[in-house]
Design a protein around this ligand. Structure first.
Ligand SMILES: Nc1ncnc2c1ncn2[C@@H]1O[C@H](COP(=O)(O)OP(=O)(O)OP(=O)(O)O)[C@@H](O)[C@H]1O
Length: 289
C-alpha cells in the first residue's frame, strides 16, 4: 500500500508559533481525522500539504511526488475543501464552476450537476452571497466532481447544520469505498471522527502527539476515576493529565495495561472518548510547562 501523504521532518516558524519536526505518513484508502486545540497548527499543516505555504525545513511528498516541483499534477488529484474563501467573490456559482472545471482533466459535469442538485446549490447566486455552509457545499461539489484521489478538508463540518453534517459524513464514507480514495480532514468535532475516521492524527502546540488507528487508541489509553488518596507523587507521573475536584480525580493514562493492573481494584477504569484523550493531553501539557 502506498503513502498518499508523506511528511518528513517538517518545520515552520512564525513569530510566536512553531511547527516542529513533523513526520507523518498516510496510507491510501483511509479516512484520517486531524485533531488538536485552537492554534495547534492544523491549518498551517494542511496549507503546507496544499503548497499554499512553504516549510522552512523538511520534505512533502504527495502521491510520492514533491508537492512543489509537481504542483499541477499533484493538485489535480486533490479535492480541497476549506471555509476560507478561495473563490472569486463576485462570480456566481455557475460562473465559478465554469472557471474551475477546465483545470481538471477528469472533470465530470454530470457528477457536478448531481451534487448541485443534492446540495441545493443556487447556480445564479454570487459566491459572496452564499452562507458559510453553502460555500462548503460548493467546495465539496467541486472536490467530488473531478475524481480526486485525495480529499483534504479543513474543518469542513464546522458551518454545517446537523442534518447535512451527517449526510456529508455518509457521503465521505461512500467516497472511499473503492479503497483507492483517501480523505484527510481537520475538525473540532470528535463525534464526526467517532463516526467515520480510520486514523487519528493528534497535533498539539505544533507537534504530533500521535498518529494512530482509531481502534487502537481504546486499547492504549485508560481513563481512571477515583479518590485523591490514590495519588501520590509517583502515581501522578503515570498520568498524561489529571483533573481534580473535591475529594476525587479523573485522569488519563497512556499505558492501559499498567493502569488497569494498578487501579483495577481501587478505582473506576474506563475507555476514554477521543474528546477525553484530547482534553487530558492538552491539560497535561499545560501543567508540565
Ligand atoms: N501567517 C502567519 N503569521 C504568524 N503566525 C501565524 C500565521 N499563520 C498562522 N499563525 C499562527 O500559527 C498558529 C497555528 O495556527 P493554525 O491556524 O495552523 O492552527 P489551527 O490548529 O488550525 O487552529 P484552529 O483550530 O483555531 O483553526 C497560531 O498561533 C497562529 O496564530
Amino acid at each position: 500500500m502506498s503513502d498518499v501523504i508523506r511528511l518528513d521532518h517538517l518545520s515552520k516558524s512564525y513569530d510566536r508559533f512553531e511547527l516542529r519536526d513533523i513526520s507523518l505518513s498516510l496510507k491510501e484508502g483511509f479516512i484520517t481525522g486531524l485533531i488538536g486545540p485552537n492554534g495547534a497548527g492544523k491549518t498551517s499543516l494542511i496549507k503546507m500539504m496544499m503548497g499554499m505555504i512553504y516549510p522552512d525545513q523538511g520534505n512533502i511528498l504527495m502521491f510520492g511526488q514533491n508537492n512543489q516541483l509537481n504542483q499541477a499534477a499533484v493538485k489535480e488529484r486533490i479535492g480541497y475543501v476549506s471555509d476560507e474563501n478561495i473563490y472569486y467573490e463576485n462570480l456566481t456559482v455557475k460562473q465559478m464552476k465554469k472557471v474551475m472545471a477546465p483545470f481538471y482533466t477528469q472533470w465530470n459535469e454530470d457528477t457536478y450537476m448531481k451534487y448541485q442538485e443534492l446540495f441545493k446549490l443556487p447556480p445564479g447566486k454570487k459566491i459572496k452571497d452564499l452562507s458559510k455552509g453553502m460555500k462548503i457545499k460548493f467546495s465539496l461539489a467541486v472536490a467530488l466532481s473531478h475524481d480526486a484521489d485525495l480529499l483534504i478538508m479543513d474543518e469542513p463540518t464546522s458551518g454545517l447544520d446537523p442534518i447535512f453534517r451527517r449526510e456529508m459524513l455518509e457521503l465521505l464514507s461512500e467516497h472511499i469505498q473503492d479503497e483507492k480514495k483517501s480523505i484527510l480532514f481537520s475538525t473540532h468535532n470528535t463525534m464526526d471522527l467517532d463516526r467515520i475516521a480510520d486514523y487519528i492524527v493528534f497535533i498539539n502546540e505544533g507537534r504530533i502527539v500521535f498518529n494512530e488507528m482509531k481502534e487502537s487508541l481504546s486499547e492504549q489509553y485508560l481513563l481512571v476515576k477515583g479518590g485523591k488518596e490514590l495519588l501520590d507523587r509517583d502515581v501522578r507521573r503515570w498520568f498524561v493529565g489529571i483533573r481534580e475536584s473535591g475529594l476525587g480525580f479523573e485522569g488519563l493514562i497512556s499505558n492501559r495495561t499498567e493502569g488497569e493492573r494498578y487501579f483495577r481494584d481501587t478505582a473506576i477504569c474506563e475507555t476514554p472518548t477521543l474528546e477525553e484523550i484530547m482534553y487530558f493531553t492538552v491539560k497535561g501539557s499545560e501543567t508540565h510547562v
